[in-house]
Design a protein around this ligand. Structure first.
Ligand SMILES: Nc1ncnc2c1ncn2[C@@H]1O[C@H](COP(=O)(O)OP(=O)(O)OP(=O)(O)O)[C@@H](O)[C@H]1O
Ligand SMILES: CC(=O)C(=O)O
Length: 324
C-alpha cells in the first residue's frame, strides 16, 4: 500500500468508519494480509471488511487462497474480460460464485448493464445476464458508469432490482440447500447445524421471515449461507466495549456490513438491553423485531416466524405463530 493510500485512509477513511475496502487488482493472498495489517493500525478501521477484486488472470489463479483470506470477493468482469478469452468468462463466474457460496462469503458481480448508461432499457443479453448472476449465487451487483455518469441512474437501479427479484423467485433453493449441507459434511459444527435447521424449519412451516439474534453477525450470516427463500431479519445486539479511554457499543459496523449479504436485513437493537441472553431480554427484543417486521411489511397477522436465539447457554430454533 503506497503513502498516498495511507494518507487518504487515515484522513478520510478512519473518521468515516468505512465498512468495506475494495482491494483493486488483488493478485494473491498476501495482498489481503498486507491491507488488513494496514487497516489494523487505523483504529476503528480494524473492523473494515476487505473485498478482494479479482480482475486479472493472476488473481484468478490464486482465487482459493485469496478467498480464504478476504471477507468477500468482487468479480471485476470488465477488467477480467480483457485478460480472459470471452468463452472462458461464464465458467469462471460460476465456479467463483460457487466457491464463495460454500465459504459463506459474499460475492459481488460488476458490469451488468453497460448499455443503460445511454439507454432506458438494457439489452436482452444484459437482462438475462443479471438474472443468471443471481441464479449463479451472487450476493450483490455493483453498478459503474450507469450510476456514475449515465443518463438513467434511477431507472438502472430499479430495472436491475426487478430482474434480481424475479430471479430470486425461481432460484432452486432445494437443490442449493442439499448441495450446501453435503459440502459442509458431518459432523457439522453446532452453529452450522442450528443455522441449517432454522432454514429448513422456516421452509417447512412456510415462515414469512427468520429472525436471528446476533452480536458479531456470524450467526445471521450462517443462516443466509443456506439461502432461505424468506428474508432474514438480523437483530444485532450491541455489546459494551472499551479501549481503556472510552466506552462504546459494538453493533453499528456489524449491522451495516451485513447489508451486502443476500437476504439479510439488519436491525440494531437498543443498547440499553443487557447483552446477556436472559428470557426477559429476549422477549422484549423479539417484540421490537416483530414490530419492525410488521411495519416494513414482511410480517403479517397470523404469519409463522422462525426465531434463532440463545436462551441461557443453549442455542434454540423456535417457531412462533402470530395472533395478530
Ligand atoms: N445477545 C444475544 N441474545 C440472544 N441470542 C443470541 C445473542 N447473540 C447471539 N445469539 C444466538 O446465539 C447463537 C450462537 O451464535 P453466535 O455465538 O455465533 O453469536 P454471534 O453473536 O452471531 O457471534 P459471536 O459469538 O461471534 O459474537 C445463535 O443462535 C444466535 O442467534
Ligand atoms: C468494475 C470493474 O473494475 C470491472 O468490472 O472491471
Amino acid at each position: 500500500m503506497s503513502m498516498p493510500h495511507f494518507q487518504v485512509m487515515k484522513k478520510w477513511g478512519a473518521p468515516n468508519k468505512i465498512d468495506f475496502l475494495s482491494l483493486s487488482y488483488t493478485r494473491h493472498a498476501e495482498d489481503v494480509r498486507q491491507a488488513r495489517e494496514f487497516l489494523s493500525k487505523l483504529g476503528d478501521l480494524s473492523q473494515t471488511l476487505i473485498f478482494a477484486k479479482i480482475e486479472n488472470v493472476e488473481g484468478l489463479n490464486h482465487f482459493d487462497e485469496i478467498l480464504e483470506e478476504a471477507d468477500g470477493i468482487i468479480l471485476s468482469r470488465g477488467n477480467l474480460g480483457i485478460d480472459l478469452p470471452p468463452e472462458k468468462v461464464f465458467l469462471f463466474q460460476k465456479s467463483a460464485l460457487h466457491k464463495c457460496n460454500m465459504a459463506g462469503k459474499p460475492a459481488v458481480v460488476t458490469r451488468v448493464v453497460d448499455s443503460m448508461t445511454d439507454n432506458l432499457r438494457p439489452t436482452r443479453a444484459e437482462a438475462t445476464d443479471v438474472a443468471n448472476a443471481v441464479l449463479d449465487g451472487s450476493d450483490a451487483i455493483l453498478l459503474g458508469a450507469e450510476t456514475l455518469r449515465g443518463l438513467y441512474p434511477v431507472e438502472t437501479i430499479s430495472t436491475v432490482g426487478r430482474i434480481c427479484a424475479e430471479a430470486e423467485k425461481v432460484f432452486n433453493q432445494d437443490l442449493y440447500f442439499k448441495r450446501t449441507v453435503k459440502y459442509v459434511g458431518e459432523p457439522m459444527t453446532h452453529l452450522e447445524s442450528i443455522a441449517s435447521s432454522a432454514v429448513r424449519a422456516a421452509i417447512k412451516v412456510k415462515a414469512s421471515v427468520i429472525i436471528c439474534f446476533t452480536s458479531s453477525g456470524r450467526a445471521a450470516r450462517l443462516i443466509a449461507k443456506y439461502r432461505p427463500t424468506m428474508p432474514v431479519l438480523s437483530v444485532v445486539i450491541p455489546r459494551l466495549k472499551t479501549n481503556q479511554l472510552k466506552w462504546s457499543f459494538t453493533g453499528a459496523f456489524e449491522a451495516r456490513q451485513s447489508l451486502i449479504v443476500r437476504g439479510l436485513f439488519p436491525m440494531l437493537a437498543d443498547p440499553r438491553h443487557p447483552a446477556e441472553s436472559t428470557s426477559t431480554t429476549n422477549e422484549s427484543v423479539l417484540k421490537v423485531a416483530l414490530d419492525h417486521g410488521k411495519a416494513s411489511g414482511v410480517i403479517k397477522s397470523h404469519d409463522r416466524v422462525v426465531v434463532c436465539q440463545k436462551v441461557g447457554d443453549s442455542s434454540v430454533v423456535k417457531i412462533i405463530e402470530l395472533d395478530d
